[in-house]
Design a protein around this ligand. Structure first.
Ligand code: SF4
Ligand code: SF4
Length: 73
């Protein structure tokens, strides 16, 4: 099983939650505590080990915030 490691360009995030909606393993959520300099809440990953590197989150993000690194094939 592929695993993924995400990195976020947090200053570009607008907190739209599209990535949250599309993640098939439900590990993304809007973080109520972390906010970028534009006033948008950021996305947190609950359990990175469950990421299957499908890249759905990166594909749907309208602001290219998320990069998915594939760790193993
Ligand atoms: S790459 Fe896929 S499994 Fe990993 S966080 Fe993004 S949508 Fe979820
Ligand atoms: S889809 Fe992109 S802009 Fe929207 S909340 Fe997720 S990372 Fe932020």
């Amino acid at each position: 099983m592929k695993k993924g490691r995400l990195t976020f360009d947090n200053e570009s995030c607008k907190g739209c939650e599209l990535c949250v909606t599309f993640c098939p393993v439900d590990i993304l959520s809007l973080d109520k505590e972390r906010i970028n300099s534009h006033g948008y809440n950021l996305i947190s990953v609950s359990d990175m080990d469950k990421c299957i590197a499908c890249a759905q989150c990166a594909i749907v993000c309208p602001d290219s915030v998320i990069k998915v690194e594939v760790l193993e094939a």
